[in-house]
Design a protein around this ligand. Structure first.
Ligand code: GDG
Length: 729
C-alpha cells in the first residue's frame, strides 16, 4: 500500500515522550481492516517533517516511512497537492495555483515514494497506490519494477476535460497514472472524465472501461479505468453505536443542547468543498423567516481542523466563524444556541454519539469524491431512524438514492429539503433508512477493496463449481426483463483442442441452450472469432440461435443467410484491395491470395525470400497510397489487410441492438472477449471462463461450469415467472 500519509502519526508529548498513534481520516478508516488481515507493507509519510525512521511494525501492520523535509511539505503537499490538484479536481470551487517549483517538488517526492515502494515490494507483488498526491508513482514504479501489478485509486473526483485541460502538466499526470494496470475512481463519471482526457490529450483508443496504451514494439498494454465506490467498515460503526455508554452519551448531548425537537448535524473537515457556508446560510434564512426557532431546532457543526497553513483554508475558517458568530449573535438565547460550532477533532466514539443524537444529517458538499460521513451516519442508525440530506455532488449520491438529495447551490431548495427532513413522518424515515442501510452494509469497505483487488490481480487458482456471489448476481441480473445470453464458443462452451475443427461443446450445453431458447424474453447468441461457416460447423446451433463470426463482421441474425456487416464504402475498398493484390500475386511465383470476410491475405510461403519480400513491399506501398485506412497485420509468410477492425465488443453491441435486450449475460475466456466485457454496463453480467486478468465481474473454472450456469439462469427465470413481483416490493 502506498499513500501520502501512513496509517500512524508520530507524536511527541509535552514531556518529550515519543509514540505512534493511529491517525484519523477517510483513507485510513477505509484501509485499516484490509491491511491488518493481509501480509502487506504500508509506504507513506509519518506526519512529521525532517525525521528519518526505519521500517517497523505497528499494531500488526508493517510500516515503511518516507522522509519529507519541511520544504517538501510546503511545495509538494500544501502546494501542488492541496492548492493545485485539490481545487482543480473539485471543479475549481477555489482557484487552483500553478507554480513550477511546486510541480518540481511533486515530481521529486513522487519519485521518492516510488523508490521506497520498489524497495519494499517482493517479486511480482501487487502494489496499490492511493490518491492525488501520488499520481506519478504508477509510471515511475512500472519503469523500476516491470514485474509488479500496479493499481491506483483516486479518492477525489476527476474533473471534466474542460477543467482538467487547465493543468500545465496535464499530459505528465495522465502518463503517470497510465503506468497502472487498474485506475479506480469513486464514480462512473470520474472514470469517464479520465478516459476522455486520455483520448483527447494522447489519442489512445478507449472502449468502455478499457484504454489501450501503446507500449514497446507496437504491443498495446491494456489499462482499465473503472469506478469502485469506496465505503466504510459499517459493522464496526453499528457495534460502537450499540454500546450503552455511547447511547448514554447521545442522550447527554441532546440534553446539553437544551432538548431541542430536532438536532441537525454537519461533520466535515474544514474544507471549501464541503459546502459548510451554504448550509449555514440556509439554516440562517430558516431562522430569519421564522420557519424554525432556536428552541426547536439546533445545528451542530463539527469542522475538524484541516490544512491550516494553506491560504484558502485560513480564509475559509474566518468566513465560517464570522457567519456562525453573526447567526448566534442574532438568534441564540441564554438557553438555546442556534449553531453549536466545534473546531476540533473528536474521538470516534464521540462522532458516533453525535450521529445517534442527530435527527437530520446535512451533507451539502459542492463536490466530494464519495463522502464517508454520509455512510457512517447510515451505518450508525441501527434504530432505522434519522434523515440524511445529501448533496448530489457527493459520490455517495450515486448509491444512496433514498436520501433527500439536494443541490447545495440552490439555497431555497436546500431550505425546503431541511424543512421536509424535519417534518418527515416516521414511517417514511424508517422506509428510507432501511433501504440506505441495506446499500451501505451490502457494499462495505471489505467488498470495495476485494472488488478492486479482484479486478487488479490475475485470478490465480479458480476452483471448480459455481461461487455463491455468482449465483446471487445471476438471480439479480438475469431473472427478469428481456435477456440476451451471448456466449463465446472456443474455450467457453467447448474446451480448446489442437485441431480447431474438432472442437465440440461439453455435454449438457445443447440442452441448457434449448431451455433458454424455450423461455419468454430470452435470446441466445454465439459470438466467435471464427469464420461463421466454421462456427456453424463446430457448434451445430439450434436454428433460433443468433450467430456472429469473424469478431462481428459476419452475422446471421434471424436470417437464412450469413450477412456481412460491411457498409458499401467498405465493400468497395474490398474490391480495390482484391484487384491490387491479385495483380501483385499474379506477377510473383509462389504467392497466393486468401479471401476473408473483411479483408484479404497475401500468402508468400512458397516464394523465394527475395520474391516474397518484393511482393510484400509492393503491396504495402501501393495500398498505403490507394487505401490508407486499412488495418495491416503481419504474420509468418503472410500479410493481411482488413477494411474493418471489428471486435467482439462491436458484435455484442450489434446483438444488443438487434434483440433490444434489457440485460446482457456474456461469457468468454480469452483476450478478444475482453472487448465484449468492456461494453457491458450496469444491469449486465460478465463471466470469465478460467484464470487471467479480466474485466468480467465473475469467473468460473472452465467450460464444464457453463451449462450449469445456463441452467441456473433458466431456473431463476422459471421461479420469477411463478412469483410475480409484489406491489411496492
Ligand atoms: C477524501 C475524499 C472520500 C472527520 N472529522 C473527524 C473524523 N472525521 C472522519 C469522518 C470520515 C472522514 O474523517 C472524512 O471522510 P470524508 O469521506 O467525509 O471526506 P475527506 O476527508 O475529504 O476524504 C472523500 C474519502 O477521501 C475516502 O475515499 O470519501 O470524498 O474527499 O471518516 O468520520 N473522525 C474523527 N474525529 C473527527 O473530528 N474520529
Amino acid at each position: 500500500m502506498v499513500s501520502n500519509r501512513l496509517p500512524v502519526d508520530f507524536e511527541v508529548a509535552d514531556d518529550g515522550t515519543e509514540s505512534w498513534r493511529t491517525s484519523p481520516g477517510g483513507l485510513v478508516t477505509a484501509l485499516e481492516p484490509l491491511m491488518r488481515s493481509s501480509d502487506g507493507v504500508w509506504v507513506g509519510w509519518p506526519g512529521v517533517a525532517d525525521r528519518t525512521f526505519g521500517p517497523f511494525v505497528n499494531d500488526g501492520i508493517s510500516i515503511a516511512p518516507v522522509r519529507l523535509s519541511a520544504a517538501d511539505l510546503e511545495d509538494y503537499y500544501e502546494g501542488f497537492s492541496n492548492d493545485t490538484i485539490w481545487p482543480l479536481y473539485h471543479d475549481v470551487i477555489a482557484p487552483p495555483s500553478f507554480h513550477r517549483e511546486w510541480w518540481e517538488a511533486y515530481v521529486r517526492v513522487n519519485r521518492r515514494f516510488a523508490e521506497e515502494a520498489a524497495a519494499a515490494a517482493s517479486p511480482g507483488a501487487t502494489v496499490w497506490v492511493h490518491d492525488y498526491q501520488l499520481q506519478l508513482v504508477p509510471r515511475m514504479l512500472r519503469e523500476a519494477r516491470p514485474d509488479l501489478v500496479i493499481g491506483f485509486f483516486n479518492h477525489i473526483p476527476f474533473p471534466p476535460d474542460g477543467i482538467y485541460a487547465q493543468l500545465p502538466w496535464r499530459k505528465q499526470i495522465l502518463d503517470g497514472l497510465l503506468g497502472a494496470d487498474l485506475i479506480g475512481f469513486q464514480r462512473a463519471a470520474d472514470a469517464g472524465n479520465f478516459s476522455r482526457a486520455v483520448r483527447r490529450l494522447y489519442g489512445y483508443p478507449t472502449r468502455g472501461v478499457a484504454i489501450d496504451v501503446p507500449g514497446h514494439n507496437g504491443v498495446h498494454r491494456r489499462v482499465i479505468a473503472k469506478h469502485f465506490p469506496i465505503s466504510i467498515d459499517a459493522r464496526s460503526y453499528e457495534e460502537l453505536a450499540r454500546r450503552p455508554e455511547v447511547q448514554e452519551r447521545a442522550r447527554q448531548i441532546r440534553e446539553d443542547l437544551g432538548n431541542p425537537k430536532t438536532i441537525l448535524l454537519g461533520v466535515d473537515r474544514l474544507d471549501y468543498t464541503k459546502g459548510i457556508l451554504h448550509r449555514i446560510k440556509a439554516f440562517g434564512e430558516l431562522l430569519e423567516d421564522g420557519s424554525v426557532s432556536v428552541e426547536d431546532v439546533t445545528l451542530v457543526q463539527v469542522a475538524s481542523p484541516s490544512r491550516e497553513r494553506v491560504g484558502p483554508y485560513i480564509a475559509l475558517r474566518d468566513e465560517i466563524e464570522l457567519a456562525v458568530g453573526r447567526l448566534n449573535g442574532d438568534y441564540s438565547t441564554i438557553s438555546h444556541t442556534a449553531i453549536s460550532y466545534h473546531h476540533h477533532g473528536y474521538p470516534r466514539e464521540e462522532m458516533v454519539a453525535l450521529y445517534l443524537a442527530a435527527d437530520v444529517m446535512l451533507v451539502t458538499a459542492l463536490r466530494d469524491g464519495m463522502n464517508l460521513v454520509a455512510k457512517e451516519y447510515v451505518a450508525v442508525r441501527f434504530d432505522r431512524d434519522g434523515v440524511l440530506v445529501l448533496s448530489e455532488f457527493a459520490g455517495a449520491a450515486d448509491e444512496l438514492k433514498q436520501a433527500v438529495l439536494i443541490n447545495p447551490h440552490d439555497i431555497d431548495g436546500l431550505k425546503a429539503a431541511i424543512l421536509r427532513a424535519i417534518a418527515m413522518p416516521r414511517q417514511e424515515r424508517l422506509r428510507r433508512m432501511r433501504a440506505l442501510r441495506r446499500k451501505v452494509f451490502d457494499n462495505d469497505v471489505a467488498a470495495w477493496s476485494a472488488s478492486f483487488l479482484r479486478t487488479l490481480t490475475e485470478g490465480a487458482a479458480v476452483r471448480p463449481g459455481i461461487p455463491d456471489p455468482l449465483a446471487a448476481a445471476l438471480r439479480d441480473v438475469t431473472s427478469t426483463g428481456t435477456l440476451l445470453v451471448a456466449l463465446d464458443f472456443d474455450g467457453t462452451l467447448a474446451p480448446h483442442v489442437d485441431n480447431p475443427e474438432d472442437a465440440r461443446a461439453v455435454d449438457g450445453t445443447r440442452d441448457a441452450v434449448q431451455r433458454l431458447l424455450d423461455q419468454d424474453g430470452v435470446r441466445v447468441a454465439f459470438v466467435s472469432g471464427r469464420a461463421l461457416v466454421s462456427l456453424q460447423h463446430v457448434s451445430q446451433p439450434q436454428s433460433d440461435v443468433l450467430l456472429t463470426g469473424s469478431h462481428g463482421i459476419e452475422v446471421q441474425l434471424d436470417t437464412p443467410e450469413i450477412e456481412l456487416d460491411l457498409v458499401s464504402a467498405e465493400l468497395e475498398q474490398l474490391d480495390t484491395l482484391a484487384q491490387v493484390l491479385e495483380r501483385i500475386s499474379g506477377g510473383v511465383a509462389g504467392t497466393w491470395i486468401e479471401r476473408k470476410p473483411a479483408g484479404l491475405a497475401l500468402h508468400t510461403r512458397l516464394a523465394t525470400p527475395q520474391a516474397a519480400q518484393s511482393a510484400q513491399k509492393q503491396a504495402r506501398e501501393q495500398l498505403s497510397v490507394l487505401l490508407p485506412g486499412l488495418t495491416v497485420r503481419e504474420g509468418k509468410n503472410v500479410l493481411e489487410f482488413a477494411v474493418r477492425a471489428s471486435t467482439k465488443g462491436d458484435a455484442l453491441e450489434r446483438l444488443r441492438r438487434h434483440t433490444g435486450a434489457d440485460h446482457v449475460f456474456y461469457a468468454g475466456d480469452d483476450l478478444t472477449d475482453e472487448d465484449a466485457f468492456a461494453v457491458l454496463g450496469e444491469g449486465d453480467l460478465g463471466l470469465k471462463i478460467g484464470a487471467g486478468a479480466s474485466l468480467a465481474g465473475y469467473r468460473v473454472h472452465g467450460p464444464e461450469e457453463v451449462p450449469l450456469v445456463l441452467g441456473m439462469i433458466a431456473d431463476f427465470r422459471d421461479a420469477a415467472a411463478e412469483t410475480p413481483p409484489q406491489p411496492g416490493a
